[in-house]
Design a protein around this ligand. Structure first.
Ligand SMILES: Nc1nc2c(c(=O)[nH]1)N=C([C@H](O)[C@@H](O)CO)CN2
Length: 123
């Protein structure tokens, strides 16, 4: 399976378990790796055959805007289920990081993997 990716998407989010975190915007960083059969758009040269990384990034931005998440786990799971459902992504790896959340660390967060990595498009 091929990959379409979005790396280092930096967003401002309402996220965290503490009261003070519910009142502020914090920087988060998101990486997406999404399975796709890129032979099909490579042959057609048509954007409609792609897993459009711009569409994926916009969906993530919409999920982050306007919702408070307690946990990075909840946000990562929401991103994975939404992209799989809306864009027919068969396999996805989502990383959600909070830079600066733990003193002495450059970033903390979670990485999750959902779906079937062995998936092949039927030809
Ligand atoms: N596994 C997790 N651990 C922690 C989370 C989290 O979302 N998942 N969140 C916090 C706090 O919100 C923290 O980021 C504030 O600095 C602590 N641990």
């Amino acid at each position: 399976m091929d990959i379409v990716y979005v790396r280092d998407l930096k967003l401002d989010a309402r996220i965290g378990i503490y009261e003070w975190e519910k009142r502020i915007l914090q920087k988060i960083r998101i990486d997406l790796e999404m399975g796709w059969d890129n032979r099909i758009p490579a042959a057609s040269d048509a954007i409609n055959d792609t897993l459009n990384y711009k569409t994926a990034a916009k969906l993530v931005m919409q999920l982050v805007e306007g919702t408070h998440y307690e946990l990075v786990e909840r946000l990562a799971e929401t991103i994975a289920t939404t992209l799989m459902r809306e864009l027919n992504v068969p396999w996805i790896q989502v990383t959600v990081g909070k830079p600066g959340a733990v003193r002495g660390s450059s970033e903390v967060g979670v990485k999750i993997e959902r779906g079937n990595r062995q998936w092949q498009a039927s030809t």
